[in-house]
Design a protein around this ligand. Structure first.
Ligand code: ZN
Length: 458
């Protein structure tokens, strides 16, 4: 018995007109694919039949593939699942990622060549989206029925964020990032400090991540372990993303207020991605434009249409390259948190830093990484030494700046480089403060001080 297959969860459906994008645990197969999968020695002792959803047969088991690909142990995903369906010209296979899955194992199971995987990973070099698959991410394979040749691979991160790798006219693989902003709904949360803020926040309905964001916003103002007292009040405004009416799981804290007997602390997110108190004083340090302590020659500029120097194929250059000797100190351009570090075949040793809901930076081809995932970083902090790792034509630092999920030219992008707001921005900001303060105050009204959701234009 093939142990691997035995521990894989399969649900077989008949033909479906359109694949549902939900994270259901399922495989949809045509009769042909059904035959193919059964040949993979699935067990019959796990057979379940569900008439309501037109399921032909369900064969379940757990996967526990050992891998370094999916290490994010989100509770949701313990079980890999596949969906396969076909239309006359194309066949589709949908794979829900689970802990321990590797791309190469998934490709092998779906009978897609490792060469195709290599081509896709090569296209992914500029975004590294496939580098850290998370449980419940979905991969949708689309092949030509006649020869099983892969035409498209879609990485479904969530309804608001998809990446499509596509076979181009010249036979190579290109990618497209599809970002759908959908609708952001406002949620108001209030609570009282009892014990730690972390626990109180979660009791009030915030997630752990929300609590971490709030702590981070006020890190210069509030000593969370000492300054907060039992009975201190807090009110939070949070925006949650919905695409086609479904929550994507993405959320941003947009305002927060702590009320003590004699003090009040406020934070309001402005359209430049930073938090300010109600008077308009920035709560975060201004950005630096570049991640180096002195200036170095630019060896390659930001260029969405660049030809790759090694492969000769059109590959967007999503960052800027500096001709830094190996061992040059690399510094973070802003306060933030390390969201990812890794060693990629093409990108080499790399670091991703999230600065706010709006800004993210990346540092590639490093020699030595001085930080760890989850670490809080200050602007100007030395995070690495530059190097020549991965697919690289010589020692250099590749630096990227992303705004709202899209790479931009770090030399030209509009970023908040000073601490204070301009006069016209301040007018707009104070207007926003007044609207959001009313919302925060509404949470203090005992009549409506319950878990309630309001849909409001931000
Ligand atoms: Zn580069």
């Amino acid at each position: 018995m093939n142990d691997l297959m035995k521990r894989t969860k399969f649900i077989f459906f008949g033909l479906l007109p359109k694949l549902p994008r939900k994270h259901s645990v399922a495989i949809v197969v045509s009769t042909l694919m059904l035959a193919w999968l059964i040949s993979l020695e699935s067990t019959k002792d796990h057979l379940v039949v569900d008439k309501q959803t037109d399921i032909d047969a369900v064969i379940t088991a757990k996967t526990n593939l050992i891998s370094d690909q999916v290490t994010d142990l989100a509770e949701q995903g313990e079980t890999a699942s596949f969906k396969v369906s076909s239309e006359p010209e194309y066949q589709h296979a949908e794979v829900v990622i689970s802990v321990g899955d590797t791309l190469s194992a998934i490709f092998e199971r779906l009978n897609v060549s490792q060469h195709t995987l290599y081509e896709i990973l090569s296209a992914d070099e500029s975004i590294l989206a496939l580098e850290t698959l998370k449980p419940n991410n979905v991969l949708i394979f689309k092949y030509l029925t006649k020869n099983h040749e892969l035409q498209e691979l879609e990485l479904f991160v969530h309804a608001g964020h998809r990446i499509i790798y596509r076979r181009a006219g010249d036979g190579g693989i290109e990618y497209e990032t599809v970002i759908q902003d959908g609708e952001w709904r406002t949620r108001l949360v209030s609570g009282e400090v009892k014990g730690s803020f972390y626990l109180s926040a979660q009791k009030a309905g915030l997630t752990e991540a929300d609590a971490a964001v709030v702590t981070n916003i006020f890190k210069e103002q509030i000593n969370f372990t000492r300054a907060l007292r039992r009975g201190d009040k807090f009110q939070i405004i949070k925006n949650e993303q919905f695409v086609d009416g479904n929550p994507t799981g993405q959320a941003h804290i947009v305002s927060a207020r702590f009320q003590q007997k004699t003090h009040e602390y406020t934070a309001f997110l402005f359209n430049d991605g930073r938090f300010y108190d109600k008077q308009g004083h920035s709560l975060t340090r201004a950005f630096r434009r570049l991640p180096l302590q002195k200036s170095y020659r630019v060896s390659s500029h930001f260029n969405p249409k660049r030809k790759h120097p090694v492969t000769g194929r059109i590959r967007p250059h999503n960052g800027i390259d500096f001709a830094t000797p190996i061992g040059t100190k690399v510094i973070s351009t802003g306060d933030g948190v390390v969201t990812r570090i890794g060693n990629h075949k093409f990108a080499g040793k790399y670091i991703d830093i999230k600065h706010s809901s709006r800004y993210k930076t990346r540092y590639l081809h490093l020699h030595k990484i001085n930080v760890h995932k989850g670490q809080s970083i200050k602007r100007g902090q030395i995070i690495a030494l530059s190097g020549n790792t991965g697919r690289s034509t010589g020692p250099h630092l590749h630096f990227e700046l992303h705004i709202n999920g899209r790479p931009v030219d770090p030399l030209k992008a509009k970023i908040p480089l000073t601490r204070s707001l301009t006069k016209s921005d301040k007018t707009a900001f104070l207007k926003l403060v007044s609207v959001r303060t009313n919302m925060l105050d509404s949470l203090l009204d005992p009549e409506i001080n319950k878990a309630h959701e309001t849909i409001l234009a931000d």
